[in-house]
Design a protein around this ligand. Structure first.
Ligand code: HSE
Length: 309
């Protein structure tokens, strides 16, 4: 098949951390995503032709989709000219992996117009280069955005990933309050070191969470969402979170936590209880109770991951 001169790729929203999986666990969900179109043009280098949201940078060295496309050129040793159009489906600075989705869609589309030679693992590395510039070098959003489903990142150098199964009956209720939290701001709140007892609790919690997600163990899941190394320090950044979490639990959620660097809250429910819509409405009302508008939805796992349209 000949190489196309343009391609559009989609990459999904991702929930990361999920409590104890700070910087190493992420999950692609059916909660929208970003689209990037890449065209081969005369000359060399990457240029951003348009962005759907004026808050996104047009400078190629600050735009994650363009940075990822440039990484594709570097990795494949090509000097083509690429022109990008970014259609943002995800909210900015919301904790839904928006910068990762743009980076991944940019990498997938750039790969398609330069010969489709890169593996999914290499696409993660290209998107990771972009993510490193804007929000820090962590793959817990880019890896599941590429692969779909849940991914555990074991190491970055060299990149080692494990894909996880998520029980079919689990749903993820997402509440995104209207305010933004920049990832860098949330990372600046983290302590340099963690206490030994917190490290042990986090390791045990992540083990329990992985098993509970795979087995659909609703008894363990809620408690396994506890995070001891990020959320306690970041909590002041998330007005309304405590109220939304309490409301979600009251309405039948198994547990709730912040997604990624927030402020999006994710509550986990099982289809056995049919609590999804109730939990969504309870979280919306809890935010409204503290005068914060929030958009809510009930998502499934996105098993497909990034793909060409
Ligand atoms: N694991 C990252 C964090 C995700 O919580 O800072 C943010 O993109």
């Amino acid at each position: 098949m000949s190489t196309p001169t343009f391609a559009t790729a989609f990459a999904p929203a991702t929930l990361s951390n999920l409590g104890p999986g700070f910087d190493c666990l992420g999950l692609a969900v059916t909660a929208g995503g970003d689209r990037v179109t890449v065209r081969r043009v005369p000359g060399s280098g990457v240029r951003v032709a348009s962005v759907s949201d004026p808050r996104l940078p047009l400078e190629a060295d600050r735009n994650t989709a363009a940075l990822a496309a440039a990484a594709v050129l570097r990795r494949t040793g090509q000097s083509a000219g690429l022109e990008l159009s970014v259609e943002k489906g995800l909210p900015l600075a919301a904790g839904l992996g928006g910068s990762a989705a743009s980076a991944v869609a940019g990498a997938v589309a750039a790969n398609a117009v330069t010969g489709s030679t890169l593996s999914r693992r290499e696409l993660v590395l290209c998107a990771l280069d972009a993510e490193a510039v804007v929000s820090g070098r962590h793959a817990d959003n880019v890896a599941p955005a590429v692969w779909g489903g849940a991914v555990l990142v074991l190491a970055l150098e060299p990149l080692r990933l494990v894909t996880l199964r998520v029980a079919e009956k689990l749903r993820f209720v997402i509440a995104t309050p209207e305010y933004a939290v920049e990832t860098q701001q949330a990372r600046a709140a983290l302590p340099e070191a963690v206490r030994r007892e917190d490290a042990i609790a986090q390791a045990a919690g992540l083990g329990a969470l992985v098993l509970a997600l795979e087995r659909g163990d609703t008894k363990t899941l809620g408690a396994a969402l506890e995070d001891r190394i990020a959320l306690p320090y970041r909590a002041p950044l998330y007005p309304g979170f405590a109220e939304a979490r309490d409301a979600a639990l009251e309405a039948g959620a198994l547990g709730a936590t912040i997604s990624g660097a927030g402020p999006t809250v994710v509550a986990v429910v099982s289809t056995e209880s049919d609590a999804g819509p109730r939990v969504a409405e309870a979280m919306r009302a809890a935010y409204a109770g503290v005068a914060i508008a929030a958009s809510v939805s009930v998502a499934r796992v996105d098993v497909r991951g990034a793909h060409l349209l």
